[in-house]
Write a protein that binds this ligand. Structure first.
Ligand SMILES: [Zn+2]
Length: 257
């Protein structure tokens, strides 16, 4: 079904009114949704680092365990060698066992040194981990607070937002694809989110530049879609000037409607 220009203008203007209301709702939420997202990302990053620290600590602990085992093995060998040394038949055997004993003793010393080093590394990691935990707790507090704020604000406008979105869905169906696309494009480029405006007091309601009288007349006719020459916004109509309260200075003049 073909719709007239007037109908198309009415439909797109209706969509603009709905979108402006939705914009106002989102504006109240401000940067909160983004801030919540940023904090969530930040905390997720900390959690990854925390896991890394924990697995590093674990691997140091594992190596300490292994080193302690090897010390036990060396001690067993030493005991065995010492017993053998009691029963040597000559000096050559005695010297050979002495060398083995020295070697195992050295192994124990190296292992002990490595255990001490790993212990220091674990302490350092645990220190870093605690610091990270503190930072995380702080951020989590921020996040909880911001989430609360946001959910309060969202709760206040949830119903209205739902209604507007439903209205929007209906409104969009009445507008052809091509017009919707240019509407979206104009809106994207407009700071105030206005793609469809009225001419008010002889000026574009979007950029406030004057709209020449002849153009205003064309807009009133609604024979074709007319956009503002300055900002490109769709001009949906000309708002008739509302009669102002008579000021005390002026004498009241009778005007025809
Ligand atoms: Zn304009």
């Amino acid at each position: 079904m073909e719709s007239t220009v007037a109908q198309r203008l009415e439909a797109i203007h209706n969509l603009q009114l709905i979108d402006s209301k939705l914009d106002a709702i989102l504006k109240v939420r401000g940067a909160l949704p983004e801030e919540v997202q940023d904090l969530e990302d930040e905390i997720a990053g900390y959690e990854t680092r925390l896991q890394k620290f924990n697995s590093e600590i674990e691997s140091f602990e594992d190596s300490i365990k292994a080193l302690k085992e090897s010390i036990k093995d060396s001690e067993k060998l030493i005991k065995k060698y010492q017993e053998q040394q009691m029963n040597v038949r000559n000096n050559r055997e005695y010297d050979a066992i002495t060398k083995e004993l020295e070697l195992q003793d050295l192994e124990i010393q190296v292992a002990k040194k490595k255990i001490a080093e790993a212990g220091l590394k674990i302490d350092q990691k645990k220190h870093d981990l605690n610091e990270l935990n503190e930072v995380m707790k702080d951020r989590q507090k921020d996040l909880d607070q911001k989430k609360n704020e946001l959910s309060t604000i969202v709760a206040e406008s949830e119903n209205e937002e739902g209604k507007l979105n439903a209205e929007r869905e209906k409104a969009v169906k009445k507008i052809e694809e091509r017009l919707l696309k240019s509407y979206a494009k104009i809106r994207e480029n407009a700071k105030n989110g206005l793609a469809v405006v009225m001419v008010k007091r002889g000026a574009c309601g979007g950029c406030f530049n004057t709209v020449p009288p002849q153009r205003q007349a064309d807009i009133r006719e609604k024979k074709k879609l007319i956009v503002c020459e300055h900002c490109g916004r769709i001009l949906a109509g000309v708002e008739d000037e509302i009669e102002e309260e008579p000021t005390p200075k002026k004498k009241r003049t009778s005007r025809s409607a």
